[in-house]
Structure formats: structure tokens, C-alpha cells
Ligand binder design. Sequence first.
Ligand code: PLP
Length: 374
Amino acid sequence: MKVIPYGRQCIEKDDIQEVIQVLQSDFLTTGPKVEEFEKAVAEYCGARYGVAVSSGTAALHIACLAAGLGSGDEVITSPITFAASANCALYCGAKPVFADICPDTYNINPIEIEQKITNRTKALIPVHYTGQPCQMEEIHKIARKHDLLVIEDAAHALGSRYRGQRIGGLSDMTCFSFHPVKHITTAEGGMVLTNDQALYESLKRYRTHGITREEHLLHQNPGSWYYEQLELGFNYRLSDLQSALGISQLKKLPQFIKRRKEIAAYYKEAFALVPEVITPYQRTECDNSYHLYVIQVPAEKRATLFEKLRGDGIGVNVHYIPVYQHPYYQENGYRQVVCPCAESLYEGMISLPMHPMLTQEEQDYVIERVKAHL
Ligand SMILES: *Cc1c(COP(=O)(O)O)cnc(C)c1O
């Protein structure tokens, strides 16, 4: 049986052609395509600088490093997210602290953030869950009041808008992922956007071993062959091959988002009269580019519905298990953590197929099966 996935890439002939051209060129990894991709994403999102990296996780990691996070520091994020949003703090020796979510949007609740702030808090990592922007005005207000950096995990939110402005240029740093289920893909890949030149320089160093050739940063300068490692960085580079794919994909993003919004509107209408299905709530100041389509069903019916839909060849998923409930977190100091709203909403969540390649016929089938099993 052919499975209808919850998300998947859309790769066409012209995308393939762009990658082949790079294969025939002088540069496979760091060449002209990386910078071209960085500029294109930054321009699209309304940010000054982009630093392309090997994954969304790498983007979050170097953002935390550039933010100066280290042992003793605390970072506040959402429990309803992919583990990478919190792991990035742990990589730096900092401690992720979970603030509960809003019952309507499932995004981190600004009121809960305030309650979690201590004198060790150094950064906030809001996650734009499913693509719906968090309440950034409230979050920035808290950040200013307590002198915190804001690193947006925008892995779900490429092309989303908050009060008319695209996600990407609103905070100190914004991280994207180009994994195949996300809005555009480079296979693996990610990017950090920033408007701050010092953060930009720092992010570029952390991407490549902490190495610099910038003259004004060198401690001595015996010749043009010379470079220095200033910090402990990584090899998190994105290749020219991948960047070429990303450039080609970005051109199609408006159409991809248009299709995603159509799919969301169609689901909403189809389930409008089904009392057991709660469709996503949409804040008026937020424009969602719909990475995911997450419905709520009665908790006692979720497991059966999930298995039945899988049995029908529908690749439903659950986004996400509250991060602190994973054994790694439980075994490392998170046994006492409780986010009641996240825990109860998690019990009813199901992600339905949502991607630009989903056909009308497939969507009708998904809707019909959900209704049949409830
Ligand atoms: C996909 C995702 C990431 C990680 O991105 P990768 O490119 O897979 O490393 C981080 N945060 C969220 C919310 C994601 O959905």
C-alpha cells in the first residue's frame, strides 16, 4: 500500500538541473552558491545576514554559542517542540527550562516565560509551532526587561508573518531548517539569520572550527597564508550542492505556501461540523505558512485513531512528546518538571498530512477516514 506521508519534499526537474550544474563546477562545498543562498533567504525574510549550516540543529547550536551561553546559564523554551530546541542549550553546558504553552495556539505562553525567569536566565528560544508565530511583541518586551537574547526556532515558520513582517528579521537570531519535511529543502541544512554584525561574524566562525582570517581579529599577521582559531567551533558547513538546491527551492516557496494554506482551509471546512475534531486556532496578527496541520481529538480516542489511520496508509504523526518527558531529560534532572497544558494537549494531538504534493483525492481520503474512525 502506498502511504500518504505527513510531510515530504517537492523536487522537480529544474531543482535537479541546478544540482547537476554544481557537480560539474569547480566547487562542491564552499563556493559561490552558499553565499547566494544566504543572501536569498536573508532578503526573503527581511534580515541583514544569513549563515548557512549543515542542519537546523547546527543553526540552533551556533546561535547558542554566539549568544555566549555556557555553564550556569538558563534558557527558556517550549516543551512542545522537537528536542533540538532544548538540546542546543545542553550542547553549550547551559540548562533548558520549559515554560508551558498556550491552550489555543500551543505556542510558548509569555506569562509562563516570566514565571520561569531567574537571575541565571540568558536567552529565550520561542518555537513557532506548526508555523504560527509566537507572541513576539510580548516576548521581546520580556527580553528587554530582563536583558535576554531571543533566538527564534523558526524551523516551522519559513514564510510565516508576524504583524505583517516575515519571520527572520525580528529577533537577535532566527534559526531555520531545510530538512525534507520543512517548507523548502537542501536534504539536510539550516540557516541562522541576524541583523547584528558582531553576531554574524561570530556565527561564521563557529560554523568553521572557530577559525578566522579577518585581519582586525588576528593577534599577529605574518602573511596572507595566516589564520587563527579563536574559539572551539565545528564543521557545520553547508555545501554548494545543497545551496544550489536551496536557491532553486526558495523560488517555489510562494507556491508551496499557497498550496499549504489551501490544504489548511480545506481541512478546517471539512472538520467544521465534527465536534470531536478541534482544528488549529489562528491568531489574527499571525500569518501561518503551515509546516504542520495538528488537530486535537479526545485523548481517549487518540491512540486508536492513530493506529487506524496508519492502517489505512495515512502517515499521521504526533508533534510532539513534551521534551522533558524523554528518558534522557528524566534521568538528568527533569523528573519534577510539569507543564500541565502541554501534557494534556499532547494527549489529543495528531498531525495530518500537510505538504504541497498532497492531492485533492488524498486529502479527501484522509478526511473521510478520520470521520469514519471517530
Ligand atoms: C526540524 C526541527 C529542528 C531541527 O532541524 P534539523 O534540520 O532536522 O536539524 C529544530 N526545531 C524544530 C522545531 C524542528 O521542527
